[in-house]
Design a protein around this ligand. Sequence first.
Ligand code: DX5
Ligand code: ZN
Length: 236
Amino acid sequence: MSTKRIIIAPSLLAADFSNLQKDVSAAQECGADALHCDVMDGHFVPNITFGPMIIKAVRKLTNLPLLVHLMIEKPELYIENFVKAGASEITVHAEACTHLHRTLQSIKALGVPAGVALNPHTPLCMLENVITDLDVALIMTVNPGFGGQSFIESMLPKIAALRAMAEEAGVSIDISVDGGIDAKTAPKVVRAGANVLVAGSSVYSNGDGKSVREACDELKLLANTALLAGETEKCL
Ligand code: DX5
Ligand code: ZN
């Protein structure tokens, strides 16, 4: 199985919404691979963010893929709106979908890759019967709802088990991690098997005085070094 390339996706949740253009452009210019857009409804998670209107506005500001993470109840009702607004990929939560298989098919029928996210407490077996139907599996490494939380270390074996599950099923999916990803945790998640790194605070509001470019470059370098080290280990 080929190793998936590292994708660094800054999360707009931590961006400056009074000057979104500045932070979107900063991500694009610093070589980020995508933008992660957190949609929250105040029901599935105890926070409210934005909807398709903001996605539409961001779409006009960048050519970067917009990875839309729906932390909402009944996401199936809104998928088409988000795709029409410019989403490049839609991820729904397994916990929010009564008919997950059908929802994944609907996303793909609209012509965009489909992802499933799992909350920290949700077992991997939720993905077992849809693993061949999804393009991305997103492991929440914090409880969804807010940026700036601490990475949950016990998610590392879950990431590794997911990578093994995908390999066993013979599928080459992206494994995304979301929450508490920074210079310390990035190498750990890559070694465990993740290749899509979502990072909010560590890119946009790190307390270390790093610019968006410095933070992105650092994450990319650390992630790629960990990936390379893992590949070399496998060859030895
Ligand atoms: C949390 C969101 C994340 C958030 C991560 O529910 O899904 O995408 O932006 O923020 P950090 O990187 O600050 O943990
Ligand atoms: Zn997210």
